[in-house]
Design a protein around this ligand. Structure first.
Ligand code: APR
Ligand code: ZN
Ligand code: ZN
Length: 361
């Protein structure tokens, strides 16, 4: 039986979100219905509402979630009712060229639920990133569910579904930060701070946090930064060099997405160092660099998409590290709110007042 539950939708471009009744069908073959327990508020949800992603309104928002599998459709073997899961927005196909070459992080054919959730009048909803978890329940592909230890609180666990995984993964997967490395993180919002936490987890010796806001720098210290630089007050490239005995950082992680910070990241790395780009620029942004600087420094420029994560490998591991007290996911939860507070949470996120607001159900 299809169920009627509450969900937060964006009905039209730029309009405030709306808490309404949605219809969640029974899971079809390969699908699961998940009872959502918590879902973080991410910039991408706001981008959907603003029409910055596509025009497939109405959207069912929310995509950083943890919950309990309620029911599964035919042929589902990945999870069973009662499993505590984190949802991911990239369930890989196992068949494409990337999957077959052992690099499923670059899968070209990710799977979402085939059936549609709807409004009461039958209007089809587009779930944000194929998830739609600002809702009591949602319908996903079973491969979007990764079972983790139920001892982890839903508010903390859900964060691994998007931004926090992107940051941690930028450090440990894309940047391959190693024991003793110097790491600089430019931009210390939720993603940058997660990169700081990832660098600490990987055994970095120096972790230099750069931001334009002292509140953010203080927070970055609390998750593992050993040094901080306010780039309104000091040239961050020079500061990073000074803090790394004149060399530059082994790994520089850019988590803003602007030309000037891309440039800083580029010049703040040591010879043969790695630059990891996590901040997402807008289409009109350009960066001009002397080719000799691109050529002459060696090393690698990498972009990091979803932290190059493999949910089945990374989610259970990071949850275990969290439960052992080695990764403080709770530090990323600034506040917990209700389903009726998403619009207000967007405003606080926009003002930079929070790392993450998490809707708890
Ligand atoms: N230099 C340094 N820091 C900056 C600058 C700058 N010029 N401009 C902004 N910042 C800081 C902000 O003060 C803030 O702390 O960058 C941080 C951005 O954080 P959030 O807005 O909270 O964004 P977050 O969720 O962390 O995402 C960062 O990563 O995945 C991408 O799409 C995401 O592009 C976004 C980026
Ligand atoms: Zn694939
Ligand atoms: Zn997100």
């Amino acid at each position: 039986m299809a169920q009627h539950v509450r969900g937060v939708i964006a009905r039209a471009k730029g309009e405030p979100v709306e808490l309404t009744t949605i219809v969640v069908p029974d899971p079809g073959p390969g699908e699961a219905v998940v009872d959502i327990q918590a879902c973080g508020v991410c910039h991408t949800d706001l981008h959907y509402r603003e029409g910055g992603i596509n025009d497939d309104f109405p959207f069912l928002l929310g995509h950083e979630a943890a919950g309990v599998v309620e029911s599964v459709g035919e042929g589902v073997t990945e999870v069973a009712p009662g499993d505590y899961v984190i949802l991911n927005w990239r369930a890989v196909c196992g068949q494409c060229r990337a999957c077959k070459r052992g690099r499923p992080q670059y899968c070209f054919d990710t799977h979402n639920a085939k059936q549609k959730m709807t409004l009461l009048d039958g209007t089809e909803l587009t779930p944000a990133l194929g998830i739609g978890a600002f809702a009591d329940k949602t319908l996903v592909a079973a491969g979007q569910c990764t079972k983790v230890d139920p001892a982890a609180s839903p508010a903390a666990a859900g964060l691994l579904g998007c931004g926090v995984m992107a940051g941690i993964g930028a450090a440990i997967n894309t940047g391959n930060v190693g024991r003793g490395d110097s790491v600089a993180v430019i931009g210390c919002g939720g993603v940058g701070d997660a990169a700081v936490a990832g660098a600490r987890l990987a055994g970095a010796r120096r972790i230099i946090a750069v931001d334009i806001d002292d509140r953010k720098l203080e927070k970055a210290r609390s998750v593992g930064a050993t040094h901080t630089v306010n780039s309104r007050e000091a040239d961050p490239v020079e500061a990073i060099r000074e803090l790394t005995d004149g060399f530059g950082a082994d790994v520089v992680i850019e988590a803003v997405g602007r030309p000037e910070t891309y440039r800083q990241a580029f010049y703040a790395r040591d010879l043969a160092g790695t630059v990891v780009l996590v901040g997402v620029p807008t289409p009109e942004m350009q960066l001009e660099l002397p080719l000799l600087d691109v050529f002459g420094r060696g090393g690698a420029l990498k972009s990091s998409w979803y932290g190059d994560c493999l949910p089945s490998r990374d989610f259970p591991m990071l949850i275990d590290l969290y439960l052992q007290g080695r990764l403080d996911l709770d530090a990323f939860v600034t506040e917990t709110v209700g389903l009726d507070d998403v619009e207000e949470a967007f405003a606080r996120m926009h003002r930079g007042d929070v790392l993450r607001s998490v809707v708890v159900l």
